[in-house]
Design a protein around this ligand. Structure first.
Ligand SMILES: [Zn+2]
Length: 665
């Protein structure tokens, strides 16, 4: 008789071996980290002598569930911002808050909270992508769970790296430090094609190949991402990363919702795994991943919860149930993806998708002892049929709840006993999470209350104040004014004609507005232009609307604005800032840079075409940096006005948005 540590006996054993054997009255023997016997209870009892026997009668013994894609520490951002489009949610909320708060402590607390939640729902292995992954690894290893942990690499500054070189270095150090750990498989995680560059993707693939570790990436999550990729890279995302050699690595591709048919064989041939995240895809309205097609092509598809900020929980029972329903509904075929196949996706196939099938995913001799016992005593588990051993799959997928999970072992160590967490002080973790939530709450309250903070939060703005001295006056006859300007014989350094489409966002409380500008410069005759628009540029400007001082002739000194290139769409800014009102101003602008008394001025002659009836204006502007310089330039502007034959006292105060507001009210 072989001495073993633990014998689970008397339950229905769902092995998820290659034949998917189900043993109605079975047993599993654990010694050290490994499964050493699986079979009918009677036979196993004759083989082993166990230090601990767990009576599993009336229960189901299953392989630990595998959460194929998550961002564990984001438990701490659960419920912070919901019902938003993916780009607004990610770039407008998650990433700015992460840049502010995510550090070693955040990752430690968030990961332990996630581990608690996952163990309580029968998860023994998860695949993570986040920052400070060494802290995630320490927390996970201390809890005793198995995980593939991907250190994120991004093209923009991340909470744990100023630049992508630093991110890659961090990733290399992490992989070196954790490679070979019995529970932790380190991985390289370039976030997604649209948040990285070709260089980053190639370097990430090289790193993953060098250490033979998985590469975890988001691919083809949204239709927009695929459209953008087609425009930018001339390929859909998976074809694009294939051309970069990324698929040579052991890839775990999260989502693949909008995978193009011809990309499926690329994943199959390279033995990449896919993580399917039904809740997240539904909640963010990303779409329905073609799970049937991918599986039919031989691509292993695991099931993931995605991060708890986009789900908002880590319940794999719920996730598996959804994963079973989606392809039925989208194909119109209720026989599609039967319960046993979905259960495989949550266990053995999930392990294959994570490249961990040698260690976990099934109850077989030689694999690590990652075992879960599920109760069948609840009302929703009554009655039970045994017409076929496969009735158990339907019970597990369609009726069982995570609250039915009673015991969990990982690597032979018991982590949950009668729903009591043995390696996590849940009350302590919850108190720590609550304390962090208070700080995040304060930060968000301050940010949402300040347009400047909210604008700066999405990046690109320099928090640098400049001052501008300017005047604006109505013009009756544009051509006559232009003729007068030329007649002054002042040197014109530069000139251009542009059509500007401005969308102003207005907010509660007057004074501040945001301007989104599409600026189309027309190619002039000197460039051989035919008047067709050259590439438009987009800017976002925070207008303070604050006048510091007024000089003679209504020349105004104003605190200048914060301007940045608008890297996102107008739709993004609209959804992110949620303005009370919008006003559109469209104008043709003839812009001159004129030297007057050795000082450069911008002279804009504008014909406003929307709103109609606003008319034409001249603006004269210059940057300024001191009170005496402002005084000097105000005097020059007054003289310039007179030189152009513009009578004093006609100037108007305010931006176009202010004038437009009066006409469109
Ligand atoms: Zn994700």
């Amino acid at each position: 008789m072989r001495k073993v540590d633990t014998l689970l006996t008397g339950g229905i054993v769902v092995t998820m071996n290659a034949k998917r054997d189900v043993i109605v009255e079975g047993a599993v023997a654990i010694e050290g980290a490994d499964i050493v016997a699986v079979g009918p209870a009677e036979r196993v009892a004759g083989l082993v002598q166990a230090a601990q026997v767990v009576d599993c009668r009336g229960q189901i013994i299953i392989p630990g569930l595998i959460n194929a894609h998550t961002h564990a520490a984001m438990t701490l951002l659960r419920g912070l911002a919901d019902d938003l489009r993916l780009d607004v949610w990610l770039l407008g909320y998650m990433m700015p808050v992460e840049r502010e708060f995510v550090g070693p402590d955040f990752c430690d607390v968030g990961t332990r909270l996630a581990c608690a939640e996952m163990l309580l729902s029968g998860v023994t292995t998860f695949n993570d992508m986040y920052y400070f992954e060494e802290d995630v690894a320490r927390a996970t290893a201390a809890v005793g769970m198995r995980a593939v942990l991907g250190q994120t690499v991004l093209k923009f500054p991340a909470p744990d790296a100023e630049s992508y070189d630093q991110g890659l270095e961090r990733c290399r150090a992490f992989v070196q430090a954790w490679k070979g750990h019995p529970l932790i498989t380190p991985a390289v995680a370039p976030h997604a094609p649209f948040t990285t560059t070709a260089d980053i993707l190639q370097a990430s693939a090289a790193l993953a190949l060098e250490f033979d570790v998985p590469l975890h990436i988001h691919l083809s999550e949204t239709a927009l991402e695929v459209q953008d990729a087609l425009r930018q890279f001339e390929h859909p995302p998976i074809e694009y990363v294939h051309h970069l050699g990324l698929l040579d690595a052991k890839v775990i591709a999260a989502h693949c919702v909008h995978i193009v048919d011809r990309e499926i064989p690329l994943l199959a041939r390279s033995r990449a795994g896919v993580a399917h995240n039904p809740s997240s895809n539904l909640k963010l309205a990303s779409g329905f991943a073609p799970v049937l097609k991918m599986r039919a092509a031989g691509v292993p598809v695991g099931i993931g919860t995605d991060g708890p900020a986009s789900n908002n929980d880590l319940d794999m029972f719920e996730e598996a149930r959804l994963a079973s329903f989606l392809p039925k509904a989208t194909s119109g075929d209720p026989t599609a993806l039967p319960a046993a196949d979905v259960f495989a996706m949550a266990t053995s196939e999930g392990a294959r998708a994570l490249h961990l099938h040698g260690e976990t995913g099934s109850l077989e001799v030689g694999k690590r002892a990652d075992v879960v016992v599920v109760d069948q005593g609840a009302a929703h588990a009554t009655p039970r049929f045994h017409l076929s051993p496969h009735n158990v799959y339907s019970h597990l997928i369609y009726a069982a709840k995570s609250a039915d999970v009673r015991h969990v072992w990982v690597q032979g160590r018991q982590l949950l006993r009668d729903r009591e967490l043995l390696t996590i002080d849940l009350a302590e973790v919850q108190a720590q999470a609550a304390a962090i939530a208070v700080r995040i709450n304060d930060f968000m309250a301050a940010r949402e209350g300040s347009l400047l903070n909210k604008t700066v939060a999405i990046g690109g703005f320099e928090q640098k104040e400049t001052y501008e001295i300017q005047v604006k006056a109505p013009v009756e006859d544009i051509e006559a004014l232009q003729a007068r300007l030329l007649a002054t014989q002042l040197p014109i350094v530069k000139q251009s004609i542009r059509q500007q489409f401005d969308t102003y966002f207005l907010f509660e409380g007057e004074g501040r507005s945001l301007r989104y500008r599409e600026d189309n410069e027309l190619a002039g005759p000197e460039e051989g232009g035919s008047g067709l628009s050259v590439r438009p540029t987009y800017t976002l400007t925070l207008m303070e609307g604050m006048h510091e001082r007024e000089y003679q002739d209504s020349v105004i000194l104003s605190r200048s604005r914060y301007t940045a290139q608008a890297t996102y769409s107008l739709r993004f800014y609209r959804e992110y800032f949620n303005p009370r009102r919008e006003i559109e101003v469209v104008k043709w602008r003839h812009r001159y840079r004129v030297m007057f008394e050795e000082t450069e001025f911008a002279v804009n002659i504008d014909q406003v075409t929307r709103p109609q009836g606003l008319g034409a204006f001249i603006e004269i502007k210059a940057r300024t940096w001191s009170a005496s310089d402002a005084e000097h330039k105000a005097g020059l502007i007054s003289r310039l006005l007179r030189l152009l034959g513009l009578p004093a006292g006609r100037a108007v105060r305010g931006e176009y948005v202010d004038l437009a507001r009066q006409t469109v009210l």
